[in-house]
Design a protein around this ligand. Structure first.
Ligand code: NAD
Length: 491
């Protein structure tokens, strides 16, 4: 089958409606919105756009399904997730194609995301049956204590556009494992992957009302009425820090449980004793994965002054060898920015740095032609006043600053309100551990540029968020603890 035929087939197979109470429906007002391909500007599909009325219907469905869903055995929930994992593997190419089409990442990376995203289904299918409580005695011996984990209840799950499958599975899988019902609101720019994923969840056996999907051209049309509904018990959000803060404020009205996976400004520290080839390899992964459109992206390269020249030359050579192009072309290694606004923003960051005295060793401007491409860029001589140093870039731009000693490196690394991912390259194990103690980040890669894994607790500190996704911690975000006491038989 030609790539053109494969694209037509997967777009045809992807549901275009809202998933409410197990049925795919049109929006209550018949409204729709278009999904665009950022590599070409073409419209890929037109989807139903949820209204306030649809949001109420999704909330009703989730609330009505909650009690019976919570009573299902953990084995049953586990097996649904395991079947979903198998289906995602079976449809690996379809899901990868959709992600490349709607988000722009190269197919090879999109296939990598199917593997990474799918693993949350397998991991939480395994965790579902092992999230034990405890049976114990009070110290006085008068009471027996039963401590159990109960599902939190109906959840609103809001996902960003940059990892369309993994950000959905990282929330849906633990919510299913814990016995919560849910309303998933995918990002307006990349809803197609979630639509196909939801279809696979139905095939895997998820009952009506447990998973509802409400894509919309207006996020607040969906989130406002749902957040105002006292039946909602939790909001889990992945996205920008400003929107996360807003949702946290709204969540106080009903004292909702919240999980917030927000923005980052990751430091990538290279010490004078680092293996520079390994560091450059790590830098390419930490910076260029997803075109730099990752919350975990290395945002600031902090390099010891004695190795800065050699590191920048090696890094620049690798960046220069990259090939921007349509992700469907197997040769291209860098996709477009997700939309025109994102391209303009990256360009403004670079211009600001150049005006403040930085130099572009490689790249530095948008690529001519259709689509929203930006050249892979290395900036040296970046000062602390530059926006690239202070804000999340979300593009293929690597700003470099030098430091003099360990204290200086730690000072620069922690000089931000964010605290998600960080990276350190050194061959000195004691130094690596010291940095681990002193650095204010939820995630630290030691001599490695990508550390995300379904089995690891992922999340930030400071304004990068609260809560953890993945690992044993991931399911606890969707459960609440209940203690029951009764007289001890010996009392
Ligand atoms: P965004 O905040 O603009 O949007 C995220 C989601 O929130 C989308 O579904 C969007 O439609 C929705 N949204 C927007 N405004 C809303 C509102 N007022 N009420 C309710 N929902 C609203 O973020 P984005 O541009 O999609 O994603 C990029 C950001 O996400 C970056 O800051 C990145 O660091 C962050 N991110 C964080 C993680 C993490 O795990 N910490 C992972 C991926 C992305």
């Amino acid at each position: 089958m030609s790539i053109h035929d494969k694209v037509s087939a997967v777009l045809e197979a992807t549901p275009k409606g809202l998933l409410i109470n197990g049925e795919w429906r049109d929006a209550s007002d018949g409204g729709t919105f278009d999904v665009e391909n950022p590599a070409t500007g073409e419209i890929l599909a037109t989807l139903a756009s949820a209204t306030e009325e649809d949001s109420h219907a999704a909330m009703d469905a989730a609330a009505n399904a909650q009690e019976s869903w919570a009573r299902t055995s953990t084995r049953e929930r586990s097996e649904i997730l395991r079947r979903a994992f198998d289906l995602v593997q079976e449809h690996k190419e379809d899901l990868a194609l959709l992600m490349t089409l709607e988000m722009g990442k190269p197919l090879k990376e999109a296939r990598g995301e199917v593997v990474y995203g799918g693993e949350f289904l397998r991991w939480f299918s395994e965790e579902a049956v092992r999230h034990y409580g405890r049976y114990a005695s009070t110290p006085e011996g008068n009471l027996k204590m039963f401590v159990s984990h109960k599902p939190v209840g109906p959840c609103l799950l809001i996902t960003p556009w940059n990892f369309p499958l993994a950000m959905a599975t990282r929330k849906v899988a633990p919510a299913v494992a814990a016995g919560c019902t849910m309303i998933l609101k995918p990002a307006r720019l990349t809803p197609l992957t979630s639509q196909l994923f939801a279809k696979l969840m139905i095939e895997a056996g998820i009952p009506a009302g447990v998973l509802n999907v409400v894509s919309s051209k207006s996020a607040s049309n969906v989130s406002d009425p749902i957040m105002a509904d006292p039946r909602l018990r939790k909001v889990s959000f992945t996205g920008s820090t400003p929107v996360g803060k807003q949702l946290m404020k709204t969540a106080t009205d009903h004292v909702l449980r919240t999980s917030m996976e927000l923005g980052g400004n990751g430091p990538f520290i290279v010490f004078e004793d680092a293996d520079l080839d390994k560091a450059v390899e790590g830098a390419m992964a930490a910076k260029m994965r997803n075109m730099g459109e990752a919350c975990t992206a290395a945002n600031r390269f902090l390099v010891h002054e004695s190795v800065a020249e050699e590191f920048s030359q090696k890094f620049a050579a690798k960046l220069k060898a990259l090939k921007p192009g349509n992700g469907l072309d197997e040769d291209s290694t860098v996709g477009p920015m997700v939309e025109k606004k994102a391209l303009d923003s990256v360009n403004e960051f670079v211009q600001d740095a150049l005006e403040k005295g930085a130099s572009a060793v490689v790249g530095g401007k948008p690529v001519d032609g259709p689509g929203y491409f930006f050249e892979p860029t290395l900036l040296t001589g970046v000062s602390e006043e530059c926006r690239v140093f202070q804000e999340e870039i979300f593009g293929p731009v690597a700003p470099m600053t030098t430091f003099t000693d360990e204290d200086d490196a730690v000072r620069l690394a922690n000089m931000t309100e964010y605290g998600l991912a960080s990276y350190v390259f050194t061959e000195d194990i004691s130094r690596a551990l010291r940095i681990g103690e002193r650095i204010e980040y939820g995630l630290l890669g030691l001599n490695v540029g990508v550390i995300s894994n379904a089995a690891a607790p992922f999340g930030g500190v400071k304004e990068s968020g609260v809560g953890r996704e993945g690992g044993a911690e991931g399911i606890a975000e969707y459960t609440t603890v209940q203690y029951m006491g009764m007289p001890s038989p010996w009392a």
